[in-house]
Every structure is written in structure tokens, then in C-alpha cells.
Design a protein around this ligand. Structure first.
Ligand SMILES: [Zn+2]
Length: 126
């Protein structure tokens, strides 16, 4: 039986992020119908804040920052923030603890939520 150690959770999450990176590097969400589609867009016809995020990841993994910006510029803020939150809440180190305190500070989270909602509205009215 596998014993739990503090390194298993961060190792598994890091491995999953790596596998997702490999998947999105080799397969384009634009050319493969088996990638999940946005339920909000399918139901309403409006774009959610993260519409285009899979294409953004694929473009960024190929170094196409301009293309990623055209797909969804807000993801260039959200992806590093999300990766930072996941890694800092997964790893148990002094560095991760400091990073977690910054990323999950009330004002930082509030600013992110305000930007998230503003982006959601703006991308559907512009
Ligand atoms: Zn969407």
C-alpha cells in the first residue's frame, strides 16, 4: 500500500500539469473536436471569461504570444495566476507559503474577481 508523504500530492499535481502541457502542445483544440467546448457559449451564444483558453495554452506552448492575445488576452493574466495558486497551495515550503500569502491576499483576489467580471462583460459588448 502506498503511504502518504507530503511529496505525493505536489508530485501528482505537477505530473498532471506536465501531462496537460504535453497534450496541449501536440494537439490543437481548434483542430480536434474531442476537446471540451464551452457549455456557457453553447447555451447562450455569449463568451465566458475563459473562452479561448485552450487555444491560448496551445499557442503559448508554441511561443505564439500574439496569437494567444488574440484568442483571449485575459488568460495571459489568469493562467500564471492559476498555476501560481495551484503550485503554492500544493507545495509545503517557505517559498510556497510566501507566494500563497501574496496570491491569496484578500486584495489580490478581489482585484482578480473585478478584472474577471469586467473582462466577461467587455468581451461580450465590444
Ligand atoms: Zn467559454
Amino acid at each position: 500500500m502506498l503511504r502518504y508523504t507530503p511529496l505525493i500530492k505536489p508530485a501528482v499535481i505537477s505530473l498532471l500539469l506536465l501531462l496537460l502541457g504535453v497534450l496541449y502542445y501536440y494537439y490543437s483544440p481548434e483542430d480536434n473536436a474531442w476537446f471540451p467546448r464551452c457549455s456557457f457559449y453553447l447555451l447562450t451564444g455569449w463568451q465566458c471569461p475563459s473562452c479561448g483558453s485552450q487555444r491560448v495554452v496551445h499557442a503559448l506552448l508554441h511561443g505564439e504570444v500574439g496569437q494567444a492575445l488574440r484568442y483571449n488576452p485575459f488568460m495571459l493574466v489568469s493562467i500564471p495566476y492559476a498555476v501560481g495558486v495551484v503550485l503554492s497551495t500544493t507545495w509545503a515550503s517557505p517559498w510556497a507559503k510566501r507566494m500563497r500569502a501574496i496570491l491569496l491576499h484578500r486584495n489580490v483576489v478581489l482585484a482578480y474577481v473585478v478584472l474577471f467580471v469586467a473582462w466577461w462583460v467587455l468581451r461580450n459588448i465590444l
